[in-house]
Design a protein. Structure first.
Length: 279
């Protein structure tokens, strides 16, 4: 047997990479003289379900959880992905995703890596995630994680955990504003707008859409000021169709989303939103 010295950090690294138990990882590293690849092979030969062996698979299913703080000023949306719909519908998987979202809400971390490093009981979220990978035998990962802070944050989960939305609004949460936020979140889930309004569209998207409009107008034989005017008309239609506030409100096509919000409370508007979907 090898007398190579194996550190606790190396054992933990192998555990996180494979999802195998601590003692099994230590023994694998000792038997493999500290070589990680050989240690993984050792675990596999002993019948261990090795999480790292799943890294090349695509995770196109899963669940999205959206939650807000008790005072509705902060929200998180987390996507926990899986390979199959069968796993995504498993209650243990859904409960785990809910627990991860709760930790994200409590710790207010900003990145997926920070979320994975957060404590979950006597381990980290990342370690618990790898344990679940080893247990279920599928690639499972936190693939999306976003947050919003605003005077009112309203979460919404649509279509069996397949879409999660957070809406940030500019007025303190009341029952009426939360109800309006939920209506707007349903709009975002259904229509998938690119941004809140034209001013929120990225410069790259704006330039691309303007170039497309100009090419369309040129193909129609228009030039000069007339071409510019027609192109701007096309661009304005793009904003109306693809940004939130100018869109026709799905519950009342006679109003825009912006008009609907103003009818709920004077000056009420959306300052930001996040939409995360499976697939």
């Amino acid at each position: 047997m090898s007398t190579v010295t194996i550190s606790a950090a190396e054992v933990n690294a192998l555990r996180q990479q494979t999802g195998a138990g601590m003692m099994d990882c230590r023994k694998a590293l000792i038997e493999s003289n500290g070589d990680f690849e050989n240690a993984i092979d050792y675990l596999r030969k002993k019948g261990q379900k090795v999480a790292a062996n799943r890294a090349d698979r695509e995770a196109k299913e899963g669940v999205v959880i959206a939650k807000a703080s008790a005072d509705n000023t902060y929200g998180v949306v987390v996507c926990l992905s899986s390979e199959t719909d069968f796993v995504a519908k498993n209650q243990e998987f859904v409960d785990f995703a809910q627990s991860v979202a709760d930790i994200a809400l409590e710790t207010r971390v900003n990145t997926v890596d920070d979320l994975k490093a957060a404590k979950m009981g006597n381990a980290t979220v990342g370690e618990k995630l790898m344990e679940m990978v080893a247990k279920i035998g599928e690639k499972i990962d936190i693939t999306r994680f976003q947050t919003i802070s605003a005077q009112a944050v309203v979460p919404y989960i649509h279509s069996g955990y397949r879409i999660g939305v957070l809406v940030g609004m500019n007025q303190t949460a009341t029952d009426g504003i939360i109800a309006a936020g939920r209506d707007v979140a349903m709009q975002i889930a259904a229509m998938n707008p690119l941004a809140v309004d034209a001013n929120s569209i990225s410069a790259d998207t704006l330039a691309r859409e303007k170039a497309i409009a100009m090419e369309q107008v040129a193909a129609e034989g228009k030039t000069g000021d007339m071409a510019e005017k027609i192109a701007m008309g096309k661009l304005n239609k793009f904003f109306k169709d693809n940004t939130l506030l100018p869109q026709a409100f799905v519950k009342d096509n006679g109003k825009t989303v912006g008009d609907y919000l103003k009818s709920v409370a004077a000056g009420l508007t959306v300052v930001s939103f996040n939409r995360v979907a499976i697939g």
